[in-house]
Write a protein that binds this ligand. Structure first.
Ligand code: HEM
Length: 267
């Protein structure tokens, strides 16, 4: 016979009560959990009840993401500027600088064949701090290529490409290629004579690749010849795709430095 819930087995309200009881237990457990308390407890973003002791100091370091980027202990030589010359750190700093100045430039630059050069000229002459920021971006790009190359030479000199760091060396090669590609795609964007002919030469060279040459060239130009489509294509590569990919590879690169036991030892 059907009960009031219409489920026919006569104990429907019992099941309903059990579900309600279970739901209320899950709710209580959730509210009592550490995650809930750390997210919703008022004032949870401040550290409370902290007594300064060596144990608590280590605890703070081990739980703070900013401190966590560096290991709790480092080898003495690893923090010596004369060992790494801080070239990897400098390359990373330049990348951040390029990102910040690049975002500024994006507010004014338009990637079309008719407007690109005019907007670059406006940046140089009309926009407040435009010339300064554009030059920071240009010089930063040149310096980054140089610092990445010098960093690679330093790593090579110390033999840090050997086991267990072979994988990180390969990640490094990809980072070098991505840095060069970022530099080359950025070179086109002012759409001046220099840029136009650099891209003509570059894409023609790729056009001579055996078998796939003309297809590769077509993909890079976005058309049969250099024009609006090429500019848009390279702009998207420069401001979106390549930075996105390089950030992922950088994260893996830094993670590997830690996992391979920190910076290699002195010679
Ligand atoms: C965007 C480019 C790059 C960035 C931001 C970067 C960043 C870094 C940083 C911060 C370190 C820690 C030590 C240091 O500063 O020297 C490091 C280490 C290392 N990098 Fe790079 N790197 C880049 C490109 C490269 C390239 C092109 C290579 C080689 C092909 C490479 C291979 C290595 C290796 C093997 C280590 C470990 C070095 C050691 O243990 O002594 N990296 N990188």
């Amino acid at each position: 016979m059907a009960n009031e819930n219409g489920n026919g087995n006569g104990n429907g309200s019992g099941v309903g009560a059990k579900v309600a009881e279970r739901a209320s237990k899950v709710w209580d457990d959730t509210r009592g959990s550490q995650a809930w308390n750390s997210i919703f407890r008022p004032g949870s973003i401040y550290r409370k009840g902290y007594t300064d002791s060596p144990r608590n100091r280590s605890y703070v370091i081990m739980n703070n993401v900013l401190y966590h980027l560096h290991p709790v202990k480092v080898k003495r030589h690893a923090v010596k500027v004369s060992y790494t010359l801080c070239l990897g750190g400098l390359s990373f700093f330049l990348f951040i600088l390029l990102t910040v100045t690049g975002i500024f430039l994006m507010f004014f630059y338009r990637p079309t064949a008719t407007e690109a050069w005019d907007t670059v000229k406006d940046l140089e002459t009309v926009v407040a701090f435009g010339s300064l920021v554009r030059n920071m971006h240009r010089w930063g790009a040149h310096l980054m290529v140089l610092s990445v190359f010098l960093h690679m030479s330093r790593v090579f000199y110390h033999g840090a490409y050997k086991a267990p760091r072979e994988f990180n060396w390969v990640i490094g090669i990809v980072l070098l290629l991505l840095t060069l590609l970022l530099s080359f795609t950025g070179y086109l964007l002012p759409w001046d004579q220099l840029a136009l002919w650099a891209v003509t030469v570059g894409t023609n060279m790729m056009g001579y690749t055996p078998v796939l040459g003309s297809q590769v060239k077509y993909v890079l130009l976005g058309s049969r010849e250099i024009g609006n489509d090429t500019l848009l294509r390279w702009y998207v590569l420069h401001v979106l795709m390549l930075p996105f990919v390089i950030v992922i590879f950088m994260a893996v690169h830094f993670w590997r430095v830690r996992k391979d036991g920190g910076i290699s030892g002195p010679l």
